[in-house]
Design a protein around this ligand. Sequence first.
Ligand code: PXP
Length: 241
Amino acid sequence: MKTPRLGVNIDHVATVRNARGEKYPSPLRAALLVQKYGADSVTIHLREDRRHIIDRDLKEIKERIKIPLNLEIGPTKEMVNISLKYKPDYVCIVPEKRKEITTEGGLNLKKNSEIIRKIIKRLKAKKIRTSLFIEPDFNAIKIAKKINADCIEIHTGKICKYLNEKKNIKKEYQKLVKSIDLANNIGLEVHAGHGITFSSAKILSKINGIKEFNIGHFLIGESIFIGLNNSIKKFKKILKK
Ligand code: PXP
């Protein structure tokens, strides 16, 4: 089986920058280094409130990196227009609530399928690979296929949290495996992301059928101690199995 790709989410470089209102640390510099150190793509989330990545980061990063840019957006008119303007290689549509600390769960496709179907159509017309961030849920996976998503990204937050808290993951793990199988069987490319650490990556990388991991908070945090290069290399080694 092919080694899954590693997308590195650099949002939290911008979080540190914005904490002081300075120009450093620079997300562009992080994106270029992430590319140099062997990541397969760079992920950024342009939030409605611009709490980390801002429009200028998106523009600069898109202009300068050679590996694919994966832009995470909420399903809003503003974000779709921005995506069509800057044409990232990939878009991942995520739910977004202003008050959340991070993306708390997957999209509610039961409720929003028509809006999201139209967004997918517009993005795919510009040849942007479109992914939907969802929970490991059979219904959501079937709807994602029905509304023409290219890929799904499974929200791994719950299983990663259970692992951090040393709780039993058996049920969550089974749910993940079955969901990933279903998605692959109906022709969706499967990605995984949220809350992944070195130890959860070791467990998740053993599941067949995940083509891409998107990892941010832990990887950037770990870089403070071991450097961005080593943090990326260590994740890549784990994903290689
Ligand atoms: N994938 C998606 C769709 C996300 O929204 C996020 C968080 O922005 C991530 C991956 C990365 O999660 P983390 O920062 O917890 O590694």
